[in-house]
Design a protein around this ligand. Sequence first.
Ligand SMILES: Cc1cc2nc3c(=O)[nH]c(=O)nc-3n(C[C@H](O)[C@H](O)[C@H](O)COP(=O)(O)O)c2cc1C
Length: 248
Amino acid sequence: MSAIKKVIQVDPDRCGGCGACVEACPAGLLALEEGLPRMTREDSCIACGHCGAVCASGALLAPKSSKAQPELPAGPVPRETLLKLLDVARYAPSAINSQGVVYRVLDDPAQVRRVAQCVVDWAEEGLASGRLPAYFQATVDRARHSGEDVILRGAPALVLALVSPESLRGRDTARFALTYAELFAPSLGLGTCWAGYLEACLASGWPPLEELLQLPRGLMVGGALMVGVPDIRYHRLVEREPLAVTWQ
Ligand SMILES: Cc1cc2nc3c(=O)[nH]c(=O)nc-3n(C[C@H](O)[C@H](O)[C@H](O)COP(=O)(O)O)c2cc1C
């Protein structure tokens, strides 16, 4: 009896050549060729579907699959872990000991995704009206074409640090508090990333985002941080500019 051929289908416009499918294949049957995955041994494939399931951009259809499966929601972070994280942020310094940071936490991944999509709409409108610089175009194109969340990185939770606009250096205070949370996050097995695109959208007062977030009146967002369980682990430090110090 001849072996049944098992082929993968790859959409070259969506595939970023990350190699996750190559790593996930339990039989080691896939290889990257000119940046795209290729099946090397069709006869040995057991059609487990792992190659398609691991693909973040939905670019790969596994053997025997008729369509890409819907994306799974990112793993939620328990509220009690988020509370531990923010409890540490309370100890951050604040101008004239003003403290007063109030957190709005979005921990429904679907809502976080809606916020990210709203920011993409804002960026698209900003490009069309010439309000935003051209370098935003690549981000919008990636978001629209790959369906990837390039704004909030698929994070399951989002923390907004709110402060009174009247607070002396309130924005700094909010950002120091989030920085404490950022530094403590790995001790809780969490990863964070500053949500700069979102902050820019918030600062512009984009009405659809205000409608979506329903933030308390009288407070402004001083900083925004994505929070989740890291997908990847780094084994080295990144290179930075050398230390610049002058003495007197
Ligand atoms: C204020 C601020 C805003 C940022 N906004 C974003 C963002 O919107 N999306 C993102 O992926 N990274 C964002 N970053 C992360 C930076 O790109 C990142 O810190 C920088 O490239 C250095 O990388 P490292 O911190 O991982 O070494 C932001 C960082 C800061 C400090």
